[in-house]
Design a protein around this ligand. Structure first.
Ligand code: PBG
Ligand code: ZN
Length: 329
């Protein structure tokens, strides 16, 4: 007997009025976090040349900008500070009157309900631009791990004390999540969350950020603490460790080129954040400015695909624009 199979009509699902019924993932404004750069040395907003549309703000400017974002439905901000004074020991990073600490209060006063996340790292505050204390490691100048942990604890506690909801260690030091967790608890901040930059690659896509945050390094590179982009299993292990150390949220950074890693982390059961970094932003902006791609479509696609791959939270410099676009749809 000859069996004839009917053609499987996948296109039945794609008729215009039926298409939305089968959409598996969607972007939600409430899950988008906007990075904000706050510069203590300026009196008015200063554009970041390699990131058109992104500015460094004053403390007051940051509060106004956060209020604007919140009004548009963006519920979370991630703060980065540029201090007056850099030093080898990054003292300005944990000062109670430091730029991020003052910004937290200013934002909290203006928008009580906004979710304030803070980057916990030293690179904007050190003279050499590395993410911790630099010393001699087997005859090479490098970030030394354990002495830098005290610094991260001090920074995280100072942010929590100023009123941060979520602290986000981005230094890629071993043991930082456990240390920060214990210090927060000891200081009475057991309800402050830790969003660990748990799987952060040594990426060439951070270039524009280093202009934005004035955090470029003057010797070496970050490959002795950030991950090798070639390594998927090691990337997974980094996040497993941070989960064990008590992280509340794990993160993959950069986002778009590391979707396999993001998907692999979904099995850990923790909320996941994906950080669409400065270079990803700059590439889209540059092509769009030339008219080679449609900005809105590419941005929404790039973010939606992060959801499909497993992200809950999305950190993106397009936050403000996306909030507007999602309203129009
Ligand atoms: C600081 C930090 C960096 C980014 C976020 N936190 C830069 C770096 O590690 O060199 C990059 C963000 C971006 O490129 O948008 N450790
Ligand atoms: Zn850093």
């Amino acid at each position: 007997m000859k069996v004839v199979f009917p053609i499987t009509r996948m296109r039945r699902l794609r008729q215009p009025n039926l298409l939305p019924l089968f959409q598996e993932h969607a972007l939600r404004k409430e899950q988008i976090i906007a990075p904000i750069f706050i510069d203590e040395t300026i009196d008015e907003p200063k554009p970041v040349s390699s990131m058109p549309g992104v500015y460094r703000y004053t403390v007051d400017g940051a509060a106004t900008y956060a209020a604007e974002l919140h009004k548009k439905g963006i519920r979370g901000v991630l703060l980065f500070g540029i201090p007056y004074q850099k030093s080898d020991t990054a003292d300005a990073a944990f000062a109670s009157e430091g730029v991020v600490q003052r910004s937290i209060s200013a934002i909290r006063d203006m928008v009580p309900n906004i979710v304030i996340c803070t980057d916990v790292c030293a690179c904007e505050y050190t003279t050499h631009g590395h993410c911790g204390i630099v010393g001699d490691r087997r005859k090479r100048r490098d970030v030394i791990n354990d002495p830098s942990l005290d610094l991260m604890e001090a920074i995280a506690v100072s942010h929590a004390r100023a009123g941060a909801d979520i602290v986000a260690p981005s230094c890629m030091l071993d043991g930082v999540v456990a240390h920060v967790r214990l210090s927060l608890d000891e200081a009475g901040f057991e309800d402050t969350l830790i969003m660990s930059y748990s799987t952060k690659f040594a990426s060439a896509l951070y270039g524009p950020f280093r202009e934005a945050a004035d955090s470029g390094y003057i010797f070496g590179d970050r490959t002795t603490y950030q991950l090798n982009p070639a390594n998927g299993r090691e990337a997974f292990r980094e996040s497993v460790l941070d989960a064990e150390e008590g992280a509340d949220i794990l993160m993959v950074k950069p986002a778009g080129m590391y979707l396999d890693v993001l998907t692999s982390l979904t099995q850990l059961g923790l909320p996941l954040a994906a950080y669409q970094v400065s270079g990803e932003y700059a590439m889209i902006k540059a092509a769009a400015e030339r008219g080679w791609i449609k900005e809105r479509e590419v941005v929404l696609e790039s973010l939606l695909c992060l959801k499909r791959a497993g992200a809950d939270l999305i950190i993106t410099y397009f936050a403000n624009e996306v909030a507007g676009w999602l309203d129009e749809k």
